[in-house]
Each structure stands twice: as structure tokens, then as C-alpha cells.
Design a protein. Structure first.
Length: 286
């Protein structure tokens, strides 16, 4: 089956979601497979304080950073990228963790200048941390994520359940997408589900879950191990923004990140859940 045609959200959709239509644009970069790949981004345009590149997790898209786009867009250039196969970026190009890291590096080198702030959530966290080793990063902002599975922590139940029936829960039905969207306020759910209405648009949702390394033999195990080492060694300030009600990346994952980076600043939001960037007013403290 040929790749699904890249599709941008309409101006009417963007306005209904509280986003500026002018922020939506398409970017072509060289993919990790050596072929051009078509990406969708939300980009607020130049800002005097610098550039923040935001990396979503699974199964969300650039809308997950609505708060930063709206609250910081006057002072910063805020770019929320849709990863390959996700959101409104090109479909039909399966990716593992190492490829996603490489493509984020390529994007940032092509589209930004000077030191950047990398912000990331969920499984966008390892992608951003991995990319940070090859970029000029002024700071790293991580929201409810992990760079490794702590030894005393089981695979999060939502992820474990999805992996057992990964094609059914993540591609053939919208169960995983709808379950994630239901973790935040109703006003955000339609926008979060919009890019994933049909099975062919959910293939990367399935692939992302399947690529989470659990065993040493899993294909992305070594790549994630490198990410964990990078997180401990990277020479930039780290800010951890944490939704305390998250059933996926709960406080034991936060403790693991703090153990690896005792110097990290932490802002814990007691009333926020997994989608902390939508649930809490994080913009002013970034």
C-alpha cells in the first residue's frame, strides 16, 4: 500500500482548536533512510529570546504543546514538530528510536540557529535527549517521560496492555489514541484524536508502542541505553515538569530521572496528569 498522502489541518480546524493557522507549515528534510521526508510543524515564528523545539510523544502531535505555543510565542520561536508517521507528517515510513533521533537532529540543524531549548514529553523524551548529544542545546525541558525503565518499576500498565494486542489496540481501533486523549480536559480531546481517525493514519502509533524496548534483545534497547547515558552526561540545565496524577510515567520514573540528574530543577503539578503541558500552565516557567 502506498504511503498515505501528507495532510495538513485546515485553517478552520486550527482556529477551532485555539491555534493560529499561520503557524502550520510543512518542512522537507532528509530522512534517516536517505530519502526526503515531509514533516508538519506548528511554528510561531521568530522570537527575541531564542528557539524552543517541542517533541511530542505517542499518540499525540504538536497540539500537545498548545500552552507553550500560546504563552511563549511572542517572546520565543516555539516549534512543535510532528514526528514521522505522527500528527500531520508523512505516513508509511516506519521508524525506530535511533532513526527518530537522527531526524530530529537533521530538522534542528536545518531549521534553527544558535542554542535551542529542547522540550519533550512521553516517548518524545528519549528522542529529544538522544538528539541533544549532537545539537547546541541551551536547556532541556522534560515532561512525564523516561530515559530507561527503572529496575524496580514494571512496564506502565497502559503500555503493557497495548503491547499485548498492539495492532488491535493501536492501529485497527482508536483505543490507544482515545485512551490517551481522555487523560486531559474534554476541550483538548477532539484535536488530539483528529490526525488519527483511520487505521492507516494510526500505523506509527502501533509501531511506536512496539518499539519500546523491554527486553535486552529488543531492536531499540541499545539506542535507549545510549539515551540514558546521554541524559546523565549532557552539559546543560535540565527542567523536569511533572504531572503528579500520571498513571503512565508516575513518580517512580521521576525519581529515576532525578537520580540520574541530581542537578535538575523539578516543578511538580499536583493537579495535572500525563498530558501535563495541556493540564498545567507550564509556559510562564519555561
Amino acid at each position: 500500500m502506498p504511503p498515505a498522502t501528507p495532510l495538513s489541518p485546515s485553517a478552520e480546524q486550527l482556529r477551532s482548536w485555539g491555534l493560529e493557522p499561520a503557524w502550520s507549515r510543512r518542512v522537507t528534510i532528509e530522512g534517516a533512510d536517505g530519502q526526503p521526508v515531509d514533516l508538519h510543524v506548528l511554528d510561531t515564528g521568530p522570537g527575541p529570546k531564542g528557539t524552543i523545539v517541542c517533541v511530542h510523544g505517542n499518540p499525540t502531535w504538536g497540539y500537545a504543546w498548545k500552552g507553550l505555543l500560546l504563552e511563549l510565542g511572542d517572546d520565543w520561536r516555539v516549534i512543535a514538530i510532528d514526528q514521522v508517521g505522527m500528527g500531520y507528517s508523512e505516513r508509511g515510513r516506519p521508524r525506530r528510536l535511533a532513526a527518530r533521533i537522527e531526524e530530529l537532529v537533521t530538522f534542528c540543524r536545518a531549521e534553527t540557529e544558535g542554542p535551542i531549548v529542547l522540550a519533550a514529553h512521553d516517548w518524545g523524551g528519549p528522542v529529544a535527549v538522544g538528539a541533544a548529544a549532537s545539537l547546541d542545546v541551551a536547556a532541556l525541558v522534560l515532561c512525564n517521560t523516561a530515559v530507561a525503565k527503572p529496575d524496580d518499576v514494571a512496564v506502565p500498565p497502559l503500555i503493557a496492555s497495548a503491547r499485548r494486542v498492539v495492532d488491535l489496540s493501536c492501529r485497527r481501533t482508536p483505543t490507544f489514541v482515545a485512551g490517551t486523549a481522555a487523560m486531559t480536559a474534554r476541550e483538548h480531546r477532539g484535536a488530539l484524536r483528529a490526525p488519527y481517525r483511520t487505521a492507516d493514519r494510526r500505523e506509527a502509533v502501533r509501531d511506536f508502542v512496539a518499539d519500546i524496548p523491554v527486553l535486552d534483545s529488543d531492536p531499540s534497547h541499545d539506542a535507549l541505553a545510549i539515551v540514558a547515558d546521554t541524559f546523565g552526561a549532557i552539559d546543560c540545565p535540565v527542567l523536569l515538569l511533572w504531572g503528579a496524577k500520571d498513571p503512565v510515567f508516575h513518580d517512580r520514573f521521576l525519581r529515576d530521572l532525578r537520580r540520574r540528574r541530581p542537578d535538575a530543577d523539578v516543578q511538580r503539578f499536583d493537579g495535572a496528569g500525563h498530558l501535563v503541558a495541556l493540564d498545567a500552565p507550564i509556559g510562564p516557567i519555561v
